[in-house]
Design a protein around this ligand. Structure first.
Ligand code: F6P
Length: 486
């Protein structure tokens, strides 16, 4: 199909779109709008802006919606007026690209999750999955090439779409293309676990854009190091942004540390449904007890099990906390198509039950674990938290670490992994831990619980200021502006 040169001026591409569909019993479709940084960020350019969001159909409800939509453009009534084009990629191609390559390989590489004596194994099955990843990326590049006006700005999101900038450049050299990584980036020795040709293809895919951006300097530097080590590319520093030169093309590297949306969080966390959840949680915790709160997707990189082991160690070594503290752990379902995620969820439940069996009494439940996603309850937990535990093995940013100080009522001590991107901005006022060191994490939990109220409140103020330095709208506009620069 010929490109529509009257297309959009701004395009966003991401695997998960701003809306999803579930079939109702009567066969009609219920649309559910999602949240997150990208949705809030895009609101900065207003509902009337000439923008299109290209995303993939994730399940059967989405596929049905795409088939009912004209040219894959969803009904604006479902999207808050936004123009959204959803791609109905063949289910087997989508599953191989999303589950087998993006989430089982690229996610593992960037978060250092492999048990290397056993995994990864790159065999002919993996090659078939990789072919699907290429097909899926090509479908996005084709759609973007069709939707973009002359010289439009295209913001491509994340590891799912690493090949898109290069593929799109081949189709539309007139476009200004940026890629943003929401994950960490692996150091070269680990990135080189990937087959050599695929490692090079991923880097050159991103380098096909004018600019590649990251959440922290650390991840941008790791990307540059991989470009040197794998491609022999030249990295030129000294200008306003480092530049990677490879095969006659220059790509700038940028950093935009996505912050919390203070205005939204403060308003939403005072709503009636949050008040109601707050009362329920207070009852579960019990009067006069302190709380250690964590809120995560049940994601391998979030380190929930070691968090529970550290809490157990706190109870082992500090009997003064018995009956005086509750660990409120929200571990919401994620990527349940993957067996290793299901096993991880089971392990989280097991360890929580073991702690309750070992230490619980008739009126004290040491761990309150919830596994059903409930945003209002998460905000309620942020409001009452005495301590927030954010201890990922590795994390692009971790917005929970930024949201808790904004919403906290009386001030909250933050126990934070040095491997979270948020450490770069929040490390100074957090109690910083090595996420593998359960003993040290237990000590940090004790210190956090014992922190004097005045100090806790002062630290929380500074944490909230740092956490909201670049709210989603500013984060999004900064990327658009940077694409305009030569
Ligand atoms: O952290 C990277 C990221 O893409 C986030 O932007 C998002 O929260 C998450 O991973 C998405 O995971 P999924 O779409 O697989 O649930």
């Amino acid at each position: 199909m010929a490109p529509d040169r009257s297309g959009a001026q701004v395009l966003v591409a991401s695997n998960r779109g701003p809306v999803s569909y579930a079939p109702r019993e009567d066969g009609s479709l219920a649309a559910r709008r999602g949240g997150g940084g990208l949705v809030s960020g895009l609101s900065a350019i207003g509902p009337d802006a000439d923008a299109v969001w290209v995303c993939a159909a994730l399940g059967d409800g989405d596929r049905q919606a795409v088939r009912q939509a004209h040219g894959g453009h969803l009904d604006p009534a479902d999207t808050g007026g936004r123009r959204v084009r959803m791609l109905d990629i063949a289910p087997d191609v989508f599953a191989a690209a999303y589950n087998d390559v993006a989430n089982s390989v690229l996610w593992f590489v960037h978060h250092l999750l492999y048990q290397t004596p056993f995994t990864p194994v790159f065999d002919e099955r993996f090659r078939a999955h990789w072919a699907a990843y290429e097909t899926y990326n090509t479908a996005f590049a084709d759609a973007l090439a069709q939707e973009a006006a002359d010289g439009a700005a295209v913001l491509v999101q994340d590891y799912h779409l690493a090949l898109v900038p290069g593929l799109l450049r081949e189709r539309r050299p007139d476009l200004r293309i940026g890629h943003f990584s929401h994950t960490p980036w692996a150091p070269p020795d680990y990135f080189r676990l990937l087959p050599d040709d695929i490692a090079a293809r991923l880097l050159r895919g991103i380098l096909g854009g004018d600019r590649a951006a990251f959440l922290t300097e650390r991840w941008a530097a790791a990307f540059a190091d991989c470009c040197s080590a794998v491609l022999g590319a030249e990295v030129v520093r000294g200008g306003p942004e480092p530049v990677v030169r490879d095969a006659g093309h220059a790509t700038r590297l940028g950093v935009h540390g996505l912050g919390a949306d203070a205005e939204f969080l403060r308003r939403r966390s005072r709503a009636a449904d949050v008040d109601e959840r707050l009362a329920g949680l207070r009852e579960q915790i019990g009067a006069g007890r302190k709380s250690i709160v964590r809120v995560d997707r049940t994601e391998l990189s979030k380190n929930i099990v070691r968090g529970l082991l550290a809490y157990r160690r706190l109870l082992d070594t500090r009997p003064e906390w018995h009956g005086r503290v509750v660990h409120v752990a929200f571990a919401y379902p994620s990527r349940q198509d993957l067996a290793i995620y299901r096993d991880y969820t089971a392990q989280v439940r097991r360890v929580a039950e073991e702690i309750n069996a070992a230490y619980g009494t008739a009126d004290w439940r040491p761990v309150v674990l919830h596994v059903k996603d409930d945003f209002a309850r998460s905000l309620a937990a942020y409001r009452l938290a005495d301590v927030a535990l954010v201890n990922p093995i590795r994390d692009g940013m971790n917005l929970v670490a930024k949201e808790v100080p904004v919403v906290s009522e009386a001030g909250c001590a933050l126990v934070l992994s040095r491997e979270a991107g948020a450490f770069a901005e929040l490390g100074g006022d957090a109690l910083v831990v090595n996420p593998y060191d359960v003993e040290a994490t237990a000590r940090a939990l004790h210190e956090a619980l014992a922190m004097p109220e005045g100090e806790r409140a002062e630290r929380t103020k500074r944490l909230a200021a740092a956490a909201t330095a670049l709210p989603p709208q500013q984060w999004f506009l900064a990327q658009l502006r940077a694409l305009d620069e030569p």
